[in-house]
Structures are given as structure tokens and as C-alpha cells.
Design a protein around this ligand. Structure first.
Ligand code: S5P
Length: 268
């Protein structure tokens, strides 16, 4: 098997956190950069999807509050199966409140601090959100990482206002709780600019990718996953391209192969 350090090159040496290393090693083991956006609305739908695609998925991205029949026990069983299939658990909460509230929102009914390895946050309220989230994980003795929204895939998003992305990157690069950034997978040029700002030291994961579709529902924009990886994405976040496909397992395999080949190509 190829070694992660070879495949990832400078990114491997520069991203030293154990979560980053775990992610990069799993990518090599599964030959896939696919982060599954598991946007299904029932526990049965989620479980079926996980079963179908787990060989090709490196991280499971959830929106816990989408699930209509959510219960703590069903969720814990579901997460347990994803962990057993070697996935990082990534709750896409998009925190944005002041630090102490973001911290306490990781408790509550969903108690995400106890099962999520990674979570998203907007930096709109300032760096306290990172401190608060770090405290939440620490309070339960777990390691966790934040993906800061530096760009978005939706048309007209205000993160495009000049200076915003660069300001987010400047804060995230200095903060130990920042695992990486969300970039816009639908616009390779913008993504390449983000990679320039970020350098090698943090992950960039990108939603807004789809092999077949150009414009999605309600302003969602899509680009080619291969192009996203070539332009600097370290993980492609794929939702409907997989969970709405006729065969989610075949689709997951196709996204996995395309993203893996692109990573090898980028490295050369
Ligand atoms: O800018 C963003 C950031 C995120 S995290 N645009 C996004 O679409 N996302 C998430 O990626 C979104 O919440 C959804 O879960 C997923 C994209 O799903 P798809 O069905 O459009 O592939």
C-alpha cells in the first residue's frame, strides 16, 4: 500500500494534528477523498445509506437536526457503525454564536461534543467560537477540530465580500482548534486562491461538487470534483450526488475513484 506521507506530500508534513493525520491515512487506505453529506431524514434512510457506501467514504457529515425520528440510542448506534467503518464523524452545525453559547450548544439534547470529531463554524462572531468549541470537547476529554467556513457554495453568499475569506484564514491558521476550512468546490479559481491563502498547514474541504449537475436546488452551485481536488481541495463533500443516485454505492465508488486519481495527479 502507498504511504500517506508520499501521497500527501507537503500537506502531510505541514498538517500535524492527529485528526488530520488520521484523515489522510484513511484517505490512502480507502483510496477516496469522499466526505458523505448524509442528508437523509430518517434513521432507517441514514442506516441504509451508510451500509451502501461505507467502503468509499472517509468521513460522515451529518446534520443531526434534519432527522425526524431522532433518538439518542438510535443515533449512538448509527455513529458507532460509522466509526467501526473507519470514518471521522463530522457534524455540520455551522456554529456562529458567542463562545460560551457555542460551547454549551455542543451539550444539550444532541450532545455533539461526545460523538463529533469535527464541526463547522462561521467566524462571524469572532474567535471566541473556536475557544468555546475547544472547551466543549475538552470538558468531555475528547479531541475535536473545527472547520471554519471561509467560502460557501451557495449563490450570493456574503463570504464573497472582499477581505472576509482572508480574515477567516488568518484567524484559523493561528488557532489550534482549527482543523481546516470549508472552500467552494464549485469555483476552481476561487478555490485555488483560497489554497494560496491557507498554504499547506490546514485542510480545505469542499462542498458544491457533483459529477452530473451544474446548478442545484435553491441557489446551490456545483463544480467538478476532479477540478476541485486539483485546485487544492483535500476532501470532497458529496450529498445528493450520492444519496439521491439510483445506486448510492456505485456513485460513491465513482466519486472515490475520481477524487483519488485527482489527488495522485496533483501530487506529481
Ligand atoms: O458552502 C457550503 C457549505 C456546506 S458545509 N455549501 C454546502 O452545500 N454545504 C453542505 O454540503 C450542505 O449543508 C450539504 O449538507 C452539503 C451539500 O449537499 P449536496 O446535496 O448539494 O451535495
Amino acid at each position: 500500500m502507498m504511504r500517506a506521507a508520499e501521497v500527501w506530500g507537503e500537506r502531510w508534513s505541514a498538517c500535524e494534528s492527529s485528526l488530520s493525520r488520521r484523515y489522510m491515512e484513511t484517505v490512502v487506505a480507502k483510496q477516496s477523498l469522499v466526505i458523505l453529506a448524509a442528508d437523509r431524514y430518517t434513521m432507517a434512510g441514514l442506516s441504509e445509506l451508510l451500509e451502501d457506501v461505507s467502503d468509499h467514504v472517509v468521513a460522515l457529515k451529518t446534520h443531526v437536526d434534519l432527522v425526524e425520528d431522532w433518538s439518542a440510542s438510535a443515533w449512538s448506534e448509527f455513529i458507532g457503525r460509522a466509526v467501526a467503518a473507519d470514518m471521522l464523524i463530522f457534524e455540520d452545525r455551522k456554529h456562529g454564536d458567542i463562545g460560551k453559547i457555542a460551547r454549551d450548544q455542543m451539550g444539550g439534547a444532541y450532545d455533539s461534543r461526545n460523538w463529533a470529531d469535527l464541526m463547522t463554524a462561521h467566524l462571524i462572531s469572532g474567535p471566541s467560537v473556536l475557544d468555546g468549541m475547544a472547551e466543549a470537547w475538552k470538558s468531555v476529554g475528547r479531541e475535536g477540530g473545527v472547520l471554519l467556513l471561509a467560502q460557501m457554495s451557495s449563490a450570493g453568499n456574503l463570504l464573497e465580500i472582499p477581505g472576509y475569506s482572508a480574515a477567516v484564514v488568518a484567524v484559523g491558521q493561528q488557532h489550534p482548534a482549527c482543523f481546516g476550512f470549508i472552500g467552494n468546490g464549485s469555483r476552481p479559481d476561487e478555490l485555488a486562491q483560497l489554497r494560496q491563502l491557507v498554504g499547506e498547514g490546514r485542510m480545505i474541504w469542499t462542498p458544491g461538487v457533483n459529477i452530473a449537475v451544474v446548478d442545484g436546488e435553491l441557489g446551490q452551485r456545483y463544480g467538478c470534483p476532479r477540478q476541485a481536488v486539483i485546485s487544492g481541495s483535500d476532501g470532497i463533500i458529496v450529498g445528493s450526488g450520492i444519496h439521491r443516485a439510483e445506486s448510492p454505492s456505485k456513485a460513491a465508488k465513482a466519486y472515490a475513484e475520481m477524487s483519488w486519481q485527482a489527488l495522485l495527479e496533483r501530487g506529481r
